[in-house]
Design a protein around this ligand. Structure first.
Ligand code: DSN
Length: 434
């Protein structure tokens, strides 16, 4: 390997090993998953689907793709699965293109409230430009207001409701979404990218009995490669017996060419892992850990959106401390705690300078950490907050970037943050990464 790349790779290996990865959409894939991603399957072209390829030489690729499909169908209890989408955004794009026409109305949760770009974010995404997007937010407590969603759906009559979240700490009421969708004749698409692994571990409700289509990425709580799966439920097939065909055609040739067969092989492996009894314990522990972390932070006086968590993530509202998400996330990173700044419901600040911090426990749980470690981590986070609580992001938008540049330099060698980073490294050393 080129020495320049090797050096960067080794630095990233150390970073992932010596610090706490608390971005809730990240995880540590197993060595087998990573080996398959880097395997000879990456050399192959396979446009088409198993037994219907446009290229020769796909005997083994067909086996691998069938295995991934069968495992997805069995684990999620669905009659149809497509494992070819390159990632979550292309998966959602394919579903929207399969179920709606240009200009049709789609409905989803606003990005600023924890929805995803592909759930209809206006103007800047295909989902908000190609379709007529109507969106709902959260109430002042940061919770879904099902009555408001119901009224919006009745008024706007969406063709597709694409429902999911990247930052909502409580469980979704899939049955309620299904009742609303049914009443207005909308397709219900559940995007469970964040919680797919929790669903398989019975740690989060499955939308499968309620939705017609389910999409997920494969690299978050599912702990596989960076990829995605689209599933059609019994309900979806009852509604339109050709819906699976429409979705398959929207993926290929509609949006994509050759599938990434190395990723497909790694998906088959991650679904094998997710079918083992240990995976159930893993998923359950993710939620226990998130609850323990939430408790520690709340006891230290922090405000959590939704009042806590029922899943793998929590969202700290920094407005009561007049603290910026950027300021805290930068300091935490110096202290070896890697999370991300995030908008809180009805945030008065723009998305680049939001008033919250999002944290998750999937990666720490993969390393074997439990409630006790979460209590320690909560104390470190509280100490970092106390250390920087006088720091203020400037009010003037043009002064923010220069301030953060200077702030980053100033805190890089901060002895207190470095002391915590050393303690973090020592704790992390007891929990090997895969
Ligand atoms: N970007 C992902 C996340 O961090 O939640 C969602 O796709």
């Amino acid at each position: 390997m080129d020495s320049e790349i090797r050096k960067i790779l080794e630095a990233e290996e150390r970073r992932q090993r010596d610090t706490l990865q608390m971005i809730p959409s990240e995880n540590y894939a197993s060595a087998a998953v990573r080996a398959l991603e880097g395997s000879v399957f990456a050399n192959k072209y396979s446009e088409g689907y198993p037994d219907r390829r446009y290229y020769q030489g796909n005997r083994n690729v067909d086996l691998v793709e069938k295995l991934a499909i069968e495992r997805a169908k069995k684990l999620f209890a669905v009659p149809h699965a497509n494992v070819q989408p390159y990632s979550g955004s292309p998966a959602n794009a394919a579903v929207l293109f399969a179920l709606a026409e240009a200009g049709d109305t789609i409905m989803g949760l606003k990005l600023a409230a924890g929805g995803h770009l592909t759930h209809g974010q206006p103007q800047i995404t295909f989902s908000g430009r190609y379709f007529r997007s109507v969106q709902f937010g959260l109430d002042n407590e940061g919770l879904l207001d099902y009555e408001e969603i119901h009224e919006l759906a009745l008024r706007e009559k969406p063709k597709v409701m694409i429902i999911g979240t990247t930052a909502y700490p409580l469980v979704f009421d899939w049955q309620r979404f299904a009742q609303i969708a049914e009443e207005v004749g909308a397709w219900l698409v559940a995007d469970v990218a964040h919680v797919a692994g929790l669903i398989l571990a019975d740690a989060y409700p499955s939308p499968v009995p309620h939705a017609e289509v389910v999409t997920t990425t494969t690299h978050k709580t599912l702990r596989g490669p960076r990829g995605a799966i689209i599933m059609v439920t019994e309900r979806g097939i009852r509604r339109d017996p050709d819906v699976a065909g429409k979705i398959d055609r929207a993926v290929f040739p509609g949006l994509q060419g050759g599938p990434h067969d190395n990723t497909t092989a790694a998906i088959a492996q991650c679904l094998f892992e997710a079918g083992q009894p240990e995976f159930r314990q893993y998923g359950q522990q993710i939620v226990k850990n998130a609850k323990a972390l939430a408790k520690g932070l709340q006891e230290g006086g922090l405000t959590l959106v939704g009042g806590g968590t029922e899943c793998h993530l929590l969202l700290v509202d920094l407005r009561p401390l007049s603290l910026s998400g950027n300021v805290l996330a930068e300091a935490l990173e110096v202290a070896g705690i890697v999370c991300n700044r995030n908008a809180v419901p009805n945030d008065h600040m723009p998305p680049f300078y939001p008033s919250g911090i999002r944290m998750g426990t999937p990666a720490l749980t993969t390393r074997g950490m439990k409630e006790r470690e979460m209590e320690t981590i909560a104390q470190w986070i509280l100490q970092v907050i106390e250390h920087i609580e006088e720091e203020r992001l400037p009010e003037k938008p043009e002064a923010r970037a220069p301030f953060l540049k200077e702030y980053r330099k100033r805190i890089a060698g901060d002895p207190f943050l470095q002391k915590i980073a050393a303690e973090v490294k020592s704790l992390a050393g007891n929990f090997p990464v895969p």
